[in-house]
Write a protein that binds this ligand. Sequence first.
Ligand code: ASP
Ligand code: MG
Length: 439
Amino acid sequence: MSRRTGAAVKTGLGERAGRMPFVVMKFGGTSVANVERIRNVARHVKREVEAGNKVAVVVSAMAGATNQLVAWVREASPLHDAREYDAVVATGEQVTAGLLAIVLQSMGITARSWQGWQVPIVTDNAHGVARIRDIPGAALRTRLEQGEVAVITGFQGIEPARNRVSTLGRGGSDTSAVALAVAVKADLCDIYTDVDGVYTTDPRIVPQAKRLPKISYEEMLEMASQGSKVLQTRSVELAMVHNMRVRVLSSFTPPEDVTPVDPATWDRIGTIICDEDEIVEQRVVSGIAYAKDEAKITLLNIADKPGIAAAVFGPLADANINVDMIVQNLSADGKSTDITFTVQGSELPRALEVLKKVAAKLGAFDIKSSNDVAKVSVIGIGMRSHAGVAAQMFKALGEKGINILAISTSEIKISVLIDAAYAELAVRTLHGLYELGKD
Ligand code: ASP
Ligand code: MG
C-alpha cells in the first residue's frame, strides 16, 4: 500500500481554534447495557455539552440485544427475507437512542433521538451488510449547530430505492459513528467501549501489555483484521480514507475523570487512531495480534502444472470464502505438489465442500484439514524501514520449540500460523522480544 499524504483534508483541532470542537461520541453495547449505564453515558455527554462542545451521539443496542433479535429471526425461519431481518435487528438501537434521549432530557439537556432513516443515513441495498452511500443530514446539522444533542441509532440506515430499513453488519455502529463524524465534519470521533484503549497485545494474555497513546490507521487495520476486536475494520478504513481522528476510550472511566474534548488535552487518555505522520515516537513493532478462529487446509499430491492454483482458489472465491495464507511446496518429482492455506474456522465445512467438487474435476488429491491452529501477527509501520524483524521473530519462536506452519507478510505485518496450543506462549514471547511492555 502506498503511503498516504492526505494533508489537504486534515481537520485538526488546532486548525479550528476559535470555535468549539464538534465531537461524535459512540457508545457500544456494554456501555448501554441497562438504564443505569445509560445514565452513566449521559454524564459523559453532559460533560461535553457543558464545555460548550457540539455533540452527536451514536449508540449500539444494549448488550446481547442484537444477538437475541437475530436468534428470534432464525427461530421464525432459518431462510428469511433480508429486508425483514433488517426490520427486526435494527430495533435494538432504536430502544437505546430513545432511552438516552429521555435520560439526557431529564438532566436538563436538549436532546433528540434520530433513527437511520430520519437522518437519513443512506445505504446500498445489501441488506444485512449494507454500506453507507451518503449522509445528507442538513436538518441534523442545523439542530446540532443550535446546540441540540442528537442521539443517533448506530448500525442502521435506509435503502432509498425500496424505502427500507437496512443494517450494516455486526459491529456496524462503529462505522456509523465514523461516517457521521465525516459527514458533519467533526473534529474527533470518540468511540467509548469497555476497554480504555488499544493495547500492545491482549492484556489477558500479557499483563505487561501497554496502552498505545496513538496508533496509525494502517496498523489499526492490521490489528482489527488480525483478530483484536476493538473496532469494526470497515470503520477504520473509512476513518483512514477521510483522515478522521478516532479515539478509543472506556465509558467506565468515571465521567468526571475525562476532560472535555479540548485541543490541549485530547490525547491524554485512550488511544488515538490517526495518520502516521502524527506519531512522533515510532517503534518498529507496535503490537502483537492473534486469531484463534483459523483453519488450515492441505491439499496433498495435487498435480503440479499451470492453472492448478486458479482451479482451486477460483471456486473458493466464487463461494465467497476468504483465503488468507497460502504455501505451496516445491514438488520433488515435478509432477505433484502440496498446497497449504488457511480460511476462517467457521468457513471450514463450506470450504471442504467446495474442494471436494474441485477434486472430482481435477483428478484426485488428498485433503487434510485442522481447526487447531492459530495465527499470531507482529504489526508495525516501522517494519517498512527496518530489516530483520522476521528473522528475529522466527528465531524467538524456534527457541521456544514453536513450529511455524505457514507465514504471510505485508509491508507492516508478519503473520505465522502455529499450533493453537502455543498461541499464548507465542504472543508472550514476541511481546517480550520487541520489549513492548517497556516505557
Ligand atoms: N448492535 C449491533 C451488533 O451487535 C451493532 C453494534 O453494536 O455495533 O452487531
Ligand atoms: Mg463493537
